[in-house]
Design a protein around this ligand. Structure first.
Ligand SMILES: Nc1ncnc2c1ncn2[C@@H]1O[C@H](COP(=O)(O)OP(=O)(O)OP(=O)(O)O)[C@@H](O)[C@H]1O
Ligand SMILES: [Mg+2]
Length: 237
């Protein structure tokens, strides 16, 4: 059984067809990247898989559950980091993580909060209100929130967007570490260098269609390119 199975997925917003029939599978423990330019359909695809948007046609399964038929079961298995998420501004970072952790009554709440705090790595700022955080600090808090629950599948929409080089590297390392601990990761990015480092496999998406897929290294060889950016340029031309 695959961790994620996407078959002929189509998603329309009224007259706009954002996803035009895409298919891919993700196996347990993989880091899979949906890569493409602005407007390609990455966020739409991730939101559909996260049960937040209705499917127009086709199907998505997360482990044994169909996203359309069993959305509440899927939600128990996943964790979703939105691309432009805000946290509850009037809470401190710690209070926010505690608030979220308390929804997970069947897990060890204290351990979960500690894990979130460790990932967010905000030091004493964790006890300051979220609305005093910089963009990068908010992002780290939300990454902590998304990963502290030990989801079977973490769906991360541009996890390092807005982060400086050092913070971005740390988040990438954390993402690698959690897959070693058994979490599967589906992420989106338009940072092609990040993708090369992070992803086991990628799908290049352009205008709602997957135009190429494979392991970053194989794709670079196939297109005789020195990086994924070059691969992408060659594929879309
Ligand atoms: N709520 C919406 N209503 C109408 N059209 C939408 C909506 N959300 C997205 N779209 C359209 O769907 C297409 C795909 O958008 P999407 O946000 O999935 O792209 P993306 O790959 O995540 O882009 P980015 O890299 O800028 O985040 C775009 O043409 C966009 O205008
Ligand atoms: Mg997006």
């Amino acid at each position: 059984m695959h961790t994620v199975e996407v078959n002929n997925l189509v998603k329309d917003y009224g007259a706009i067809q954002a996803i035009k029939g895409i298919s891919f599978n993700i196996d347990q423990g993989e880091i899979f990247g949906l890569i493409g330019p602005n407007g390609a359909g990455k966020t739409t695809a991730l939101r559909v898989i996260s049960t937040l948007l209705q499917i127009t046609s086709g199907s998505v399964k997360v482990l044994e559950y169909d996203v359309k038929k069993n959305p509440e079961e899927v939600r128990k298995l996943i964790s979703y980091l939105p691309e432009d998420a805000g946290a509850y501004k009037n809470l401190t970072g710690r209070a926010y993580l505690t608030f979220i952790a308390n929804f997970f009554t069947y897990k060890n709440t204290k351990e979960m909060i500690e894990k979130g705090i460790t990932i967010a790595d905000l030091e004493d700022r964790i006890d300051d209100k979220v609305d005093t955080y910089s963009k990068g600090m908010k992002r780290r808090l939300l990454v902590g929130r998304a990963l502290m629950t030990d989801p079977r599948l973490a769906i991360l929409d541009e996890p390092t967007s807005g982060l400086d080089v050092i913070n971005a590297q740390e988040i990438r390392k954390i993402i690698k570490d959690i897959t070693r601990a058994g979490t599967t990761v589906l992420l989106s990015s338009h940072n092609m260098l990040e993708v090369e480092y992070l992803c086991d496999r990628i799908a290049l998406i352009s205008d709602g269609i997957i135009v190429e897929r494979g392991r970053p290294k194989q794709l670079m060889e196939k297109y005789n390119a020195s990086n994924i950016e070059e691969v992408f340029t060659k594929v879309v031309q």
